[in-house]
Ligand binder design. Structure first.
Ligand code: N01
Length: 529
């Protein structure tokens, strides 16, 4: 492969793959570096039992190629990890992407040479590549968070993290298993692990809201219906706040203004339909605590009605704002705690004291197990970016983000010229259908570099004032909502020592419009040379 290209892309997940394709289509040369030995990003790594996407498969898929859309057959309402990985592999083959992807290669550092207007990218095997543009497609949830529990390395059994699961799978049959964490990864894996294990002990720091998936096979008729109207569906999704779910539109009235019986019927309807659209019942669910309480209380009642043991039900019942941590989508999560081989340990007041050679110690009590599953999430949105030692002419990424991430549009960072971040902090990314957000970013970056080429410009950098205003805007929007009220990974609160900043921007459709306007206004807020 040529070591000098127009663009180096870091990561071969859905963002990196489409970025490569989009640049190639415009006649640019590009090279992708990927740590894994295949494409897929998140869906390459997260192979834990029960892993599947909680955005419906007909929507969690690329829209850029109508042919791809028509030929790919999803089998279930929510696709499993293996099926999504097969889809990513199919895309790589179909668009002949692999010839420009260096697998098994980690980017260690990147240095911008202002005179030459190009980046030198150094990888872990010591080789270098040169590129005018550096495009970070590293994923928002790809740097695992493994808490530094005292004694963690002394455990003599097997340990796993849901985000780096063994490729051959794990058979828990007859084993005593600990799962630490109760976020989405745990909610999906716990019911399956519980069926295999001799005993499962779940260590919960914060109780979780989960709505039923009601997953099922897709019928030929519904596939045909969507495929006939795919363009309209994609366009309608891009007009939503989340980039998906237009088939189950968000209510435009406020929960506080609705009669209790009406609200109950609406929550029942959405609960029966299943999935994340539960939170779309009313316009103000994440704006008004009283409204949120009505939606939260409905779920709490479902938990109490499902879980037979009163004390366990109490422990499993969340008290925080529903949706301010990512809502989970489950298949039998709460009911799993009715099994005689499952116990729940509260670590909210007394944190995990120690991992011992034989298990987990909490409040002086030892829980001996054969395996520990860390379902403890990710250093989200910034973790993977900050692992790369990226140096602009005067400032490094680490310095620029010392007090938390700062970007312009979530796409660019002042001080790091000719570098773009796909679904970076300050853009809607993790609050949306990731593929919709990825496509929007890829297309914006593609159009931007095409415009630069047409105008004979080689250097682009976010202006400080535009970035400052953007950061203020992202914060202002977040502060209008209930999102900052709980310790979520959106705020970096799950990683000890991480600066507490609400990282994503709410609202896909208004954001896309802002990006369009910035471009139409001659890329307002960017300096060119
Ligand atoms: O991670 P999480 P995840 N001691 O951060 C607990 C996406 N995703 O991998 O809540 C004890 O949500 C932590 O406790 P607390 C989705 O966007 C999507 O499950 O911080 N416990 C929490 O319970 C999701 O939101 C899908 O108090 C500790 C858990 O570990 C995101 O990925 C599937 C602890 C971590 O939960 C991340 O989900 C899976 C400690 N020291 C994931 N540290 C679908 O599409 C952390 N915890 C369905």
């Amino acid at each position: 492969m040529n070591d000098s290209v127009d663009a180096v892309i870091v990561g071969a997940g859905f963002a990196g793959m489409y970025m490569l394709h989009a640049l190639r289509e415009q006649g640019f040369t590009a090279k992708v570096f990927e740590v894994a030995d295949d494409v897929g990003g998140t869906w390459y790594w997260n192979r834990y039992p029960g892993a599947r996407c909680d955005v419906e498969s007909l929507e969690y898929s690329y829209s850029f190629s109508p042919e791809l859309e028509q030929e790919w057959e999803w089998t279930e309402r929510y696709a499993t990890q293996p099926e999504i990985l097969r889809y990513a592999q199919h895309v790589a083959d179909r668009f002949d992407l692999r010839r420009d992807i260096c697998f098994n290669t980690r980017v260690k550092s990147a240095d911008f040479d202002d005179k030459a207007t190009r980046w030198t990218i150094t990888t872990d095997d010591g080789s270098t590549a040169h590129a005018q543009f550096l495009i970070m497609a590293v994923g928002c949830l790809s740097s695992t968070n493994l808490p530094d529990f005292p004694g963690r390395d002394t455990f003599t059994g097997d340990s796993y993290h849901t985000g780096t699961w063994p490729h051959d799978g794990v058979d828990f049959t007859g084993k005593r298993v600990a799962v630490i964490g109760t976020g989405s990864s745990a909610v999906q894996s716990i019911p399956i692990i519980a069926k295999q294990a001799a005993h499962l002990t779940v260590f919960q720091r914060t109780a979780t809201y989960a709505v039923p998936a009601h997953n099922r096979p897709l019928t030929a008729a519904e596939m045909a219906e969507v495929k006939t109207h795919y363009r309209e569906l994609r366009a309608a999704n891009r007009l939503t706040m989340t980039g998906y779910g237009s088939r189950s539109p968000r209510g435009d009235t406020n929960a506080v203004d609705s009669a209790p019986a009406e609200r109950e019927a609406e929550y029942e309807r959405r609960w029966a339909a299943g999935g994340l659209s539960y939170l779309g019942g009313y316009a103000d669910l994440l704006l008004n605590k009283d409204s949120n309480d009505t939606a939260a209380e409905f779920i709490r009642r479902q938990i109490r009605a499902t879980v037979k043991d009163h004390a366990t039900a109490q422990l499993l019942t969340p008290t925080n704002v529903v949706g301010c941590k990512r809502l989970c989508v489950d298949t039998g999560y709460y009911a799993t705690f009715n099994r005689p081989n499952v116990s729940l340990i509260d670590v909210s007041e007394q944190p995990i004291e120690q991992i011992t050679p034989t298990g987990v110690r909490v409040d002086g009590v030892d829980y001996d197990v054969d395996c520990i599953v860390y379902a403890t999430g990710f250093d989200a949105m910034t973790g993977s970016l900050l692992k790369i030692n990226a140096n602009g002419p005067e400032i490094s990424l680490q310095q620029a983000w010392e007090a938390g991430p700062r970007t312009y549009l979530g796409l660019a960072i002042q001080g790091l010229p000719n570098m773009f971040t796909i679904s970076g902090p300050g853009s809607p990314s993790v609050l949306t259908n990731m593929i919709t957000s990825i496509e929007q970013h890829v297309e914006w970056i593609r159009d931007c570099v095409v415009a630069m080429r047409e105008r004979g410009m080689r250097r682009i950098e976010a202006e400080e004032q535009a970035q400052d205003e953007w950061v203020d805007y992202v914060n202002m929007v977040a502060n209008m909502t209930l999102f900052p009220t709980c310790n979520s990974w959106y705020l970096g609160a799950n990683v000890p020592g991480k600066t507490r900043v609400f990282m994503p921007l709410l609202g896909f459709a208004p954001y896309e419009q802002q990006c369009i306007e910035v471009a139409a206004d001659g890329y307002r807020g960017f300096a060119f040379a």
